[in-house]
Design a protein around this ligand. Structure first.
Ligand SMILES: *[C@@H]1O[C@H](CO)[C@@H](O)[C@H](O)[C@H]1NC(C)=O
Ligand SMILES: *[C@@H]1O[C@H](CO)[C@@H](O)[C@H](O)[C@H]1NC(C)=O
Ligand SMILES: *[C@@H]1O[C@H](CO)[C@@H](O)[C@H](O)[C@H]1NC(C)=O
Ligand SMILES: *[C@@H]1O[C@H](CO)[C@@H](O)[C@H](O)[C@H]1NC(C)=O
Ligand SMILES: *[C@@H]1O[C@H](CO)[C@@H](O)[C@H](O)[C@H]1NC(C)=O
Ligand SMILES: *[C@@H]1O[C@H](CO)[C@@H](O)[C@H](O)[C@H]1NC(C)=O
Ligand SMILES: *[C@@H]1O[C@H](CO)[C@@H](O)[C@H](O)[C@H]1NC(C)=O
Ligand SMILES: *[C@@H]1O[C@H](CO)[C@@H](O)[C@H](O)[C@H]1NC(C)=O
Length: 393
């Protein structure tokens, strides 16, 4: 009975891994006007404008050797103590593993006139309300925060909402797009805030002429380009400018509209999230746009999309690039994802690269053979698990 016991042990292991994948490895529903923050290999998403997700704190495993847009690994974390929407987050703390949320709602969802700050310790997964000295700014919405605590208001630009704020490595914050109560905000006219000496300026960018937009996203690529995606275009129905890049390594800065190329490109989106992980821009959630209209706020995106910022190509997986490390030995998380995924087509290639799964498959095959040969018991377990792998091989 030696070999039989070994098979049972392997089976128990597989079943354990499989069932423990139940709480995580889930597929989050679509959401919009969420906020995102990257800590290590975890990309967190907080809240949403849609009611059911307003306290959500979820994260995506963005390990580049395994990230695949078709089978993303999602996890749930501790819910936010207040509803969170139309607000902003940033990463800070002494070890850069605390996420701060700036809210206009308190724990009982009362609308506060002063900004309410919550902090989430990603190590202990606990929420707290930090003690803040000084004058607490009036609460606001549809704004963005970057990590710079000194605020001054000298010659600030005209008021606006739904813009993006991007901190460059030289300490300049670029405020791109948005809408104003009166007048048009041009994409070529970029207010900058210098965090080194607390001064405002305006950069007049050259290059392609972009339609005015709001509710887009902006990220800084490793090679100094601010990449914007999507948004509501206020002065045109043209949807061909959905992806564009601002070269900040030249003076003046220069815009270029990028074509949509690659195997897995996103729809036109607004109110989504974009984050940089290595050379990749990870785009998630948001409202899918049709004819630039927001008529259907239920038309939400629940997928992620990956842009290789080295050549503006939309890819399915970040591991396809020769510059990225090769897929490593599987961690439990990866195995959970593969097994828990109800994906219609798991690629043979992906599975062959995961030796442990291969061993499991061989074990199953062997066990099936053994079992057919010797016993006629425990039919159910084999059929359930076997069918999972049958579909994928
Ligand atoms: C902002 O970033 C600096 C430098 O990385 C860090 O020292 C500081 O603690 C951060 N501020 C906050 C509020 O987290
Ligand atoms: C939240 O704000 C409301 C006012 O909008 C106030 O009545 C309530 O006491 C506050 N709750 C907490 C927990 O601060
Ligand atoms: C916020 O300020 C407005 C205008 O001053 C005031 O009417 C309102 O009562 C304030 N709300 C809270 C919760 O303090
Ligand atoms: C805030 O200050 C109070 C009293 O000064 C203290 O008890 C509490 O621990 C502080 N909270 C944090 C998060 O530091
Ligand atoms: C930031 O604010 C602090 C406190 O007001 C001040 O001491 C410091 O000089 C400011 N930093 C800059 C760069 O202005
Ligand atoms: C702040 O620094 C920038 C860049 O060095 C400089 O051009 C600008 O004049 C400075 N502004 C002030 C108010 O000192
Ligand atoms: C984009 O760049 C990556 C990394 O250099 C490369 O692996 C990939 O083949 C390129 N894609 C295209 C379409 O050129
Ligand atoms: C990503 O996963 C999908 C579904 O399992 C698979 O078809 C595709 O080949 C994977 N991509 C890479 C590059 O591994």
């Amino acid at each position: 009975m030696g070999p039989f016991k070994n098979y049972i042990f392997l089976w128990l292991t597989i079943i354990l891994v499989w069932t423990s994948a139940g709480s995580d490895g889930f597929k989050p529903p679509g959401r919009f006007r969420e906020s995102s923050a990257l800590v290590g290999n975890r990309l967190y998403f907080f809240g949403s404008q849609n009611t059911a997700q307003q306290r959500d704190n979820i994260y995506l495993d963005v390990t580049l050797s395994t990230l695949n847009a078709t089978i993303p690994s999602w996890f749930m974390s501790n819910s936010i103590p207040a509803n969170f929407l139309l607000a902003s987050s940033w990463v800070g703390g002494p070890n850069k593993n605390t996420i701060y949320l700036l809210n206009h709602l308190n724990t009982s969802n009362g609308d506060s006139n002063n900004t309410v700050v919550y902090s989430f310790d990603t190590v202990t997964t606990t929420w707290s309300t930090p003690n803040i000295s000084g004058q607490i700014p009036l609460s606001r919405q549809q704004f963005q925060a970057v990590n710079d605590t000194n605020g001054s208001n000298v010659n600030a630009p005209t008021p606006r909402i739904d813009f993006t704020a991007t901190l460059l490595n030289n300490g300049l914050i670029l405020y791109i797009g948005g809408v104003a109560g009166v007048g048009t905000i041009y994409m070529s006219e970029i207010p900058t805030y210098n965090t080194n000496n607390n001064s405002w300026n305006t950069m007049f960018a050259t290059g392609d002429t972009l339609n005015s937009r709001s509710c887009h996203t902006a990220v800084l690529s490793p090679d100094g380009h601010v990449i914007i995606y999507g948004g509501v275009i206020s002065d045109s129905t043209d949807q061909s400018q959905v992806l564009a890049s601002l070269d900040t390594t030249v003076n003046p800065y220069k815009w270029s509209i990028k074509p949509i190329i690659g195997s897995n490109s996103p729809p036109s989106l607004s109110y989504h999230s974009s984050d940089i992980v290595g050379a990749f821009m990870i785009l998630a959630f948001g409202v899918m746009m049709a004819d630039n209209s927001f008529n259907n706020l239920n038309n939400l995106n629940s997928k992620i999309y990956l842009l290789d910022t080295r050549n503006y190509t939309w890819v399915t997986s970040t591991s396809t690039s020769p510059n990225s490390p090769h897929p490593q030995n599987p961690t439990v998380t990866q195995i959970q994802t593969v097994i828990a995924s109800n994906s219609d087509s798991l690629s043979t290639g992906a599975i062959v690269t995961i030796p442990l799964v291969l061993i499991a498959v061989l074990a199953i095959a062997g066990f099936i053979g053994y079992w057919f040969y010797k016993k006629k018991k425990q039919n159910d377990i084999i059929r359930i698990a076997g069918s999972k792998f049958d579909g994928s091989m």
